[in-house]
Ligand binder design. Structure first.
Ligand SMILES: CC(C)(COP(=O)(O)OP(=O)(O)OC[C@H]1O[C@@H](n2cnc3c(N)ncnc32)[C@H](O)[C@@H]1OP(=O)(O)O)[C@@H](O)C(=O)NCCC(=O)NCCS
Length: 159
């Protein structure tokens, strides 16, 4: 919970960061605390697993990476604060998460889905060795762009 203010200030209230996400920019500390509570609940219930991405020096919060299990599959998502974009942090964070996930005996597939216009996200997924499987047409609503579901790219790594 002590990350709530940093989360809000560093990325969760930034419309540029949330542009292609499924949620609107957060407006208050209360909303950030609620979001963190839901992530803690996710761990407790085993429905989603979120980690913070922190700077090696100083430990500042740079972003979040999450896995959501669906049977023998996992879906990955990530977000990083704008000042830290383009430094390879997400690539560095995502690669071991996928490797770890596929090393689990019951996990055969890790996927990630991003808006077709989210080129930075697609590039990260390519860099970590996921394969583009296709376009999921009208797949997800990204409410900061439109209320209608948008086409998304589906990437995955399997064993
Ligand atoms: C997607 C995101 C997490 C990437 O984080 P990051 O730490 O900057 O990623 P990396 O630095 O590891 O790699 C980014 C790559 O995308 C490339 N890139 C960035 N913007 C790009 C663009 N507009 N077009 C093409 N490539 C782009 C970078 O050049 C880099 O590739 P390179 O190493 O070949 O040069 C970050 O942009 C972000 O938080 N976006 C908002 C939230 C989001 O969309 N999350 C994903 C939801 S599916």
């Amino acid at each position: 919970m002590e990350d709530a203010a940093a989360m809000l200030e560093s990325y969760a209230r930034d419309p540029e960061v949330t542009r292609f996400l499924a949620w609107k920019p957060l407006q208050s500390l209360e909303e950030a605390e609620k979001a963190i509570r839901s992530r803690v609940e996710g761990w407790r219930k085993g429905v989603s697993f979120s980690w913070t991405i922190r700077l090696r020096e100083g430990g500042d919060l740079a972003g979040t990476i999450s896995l959501r299990p669906q049977g023998m599959r996992l879906n990955m998502g990530f977000v990083v604060a704008r000042p830290y974009w383009g430094r390879g942090y997400t690539t560095e964070a995502a690669r071991p998460v996928v490797e770890w996930a596929l090393a689990q005996p019951d996990i055969y597939r890790v996927s990630a889905v991003c808006d077709t216009e989210n080129l930075a996200s697609a590039r990260v997924l390519e860099k970590i060795g996921m394969q583009l499987e296709g376009t999921l047409r009208r797949w997800d609503v990204h409410p900061n762009i439109s209320d209608a579901p948008r086409d998304c790219l589906c990437y995955a790594a399997v064993k």
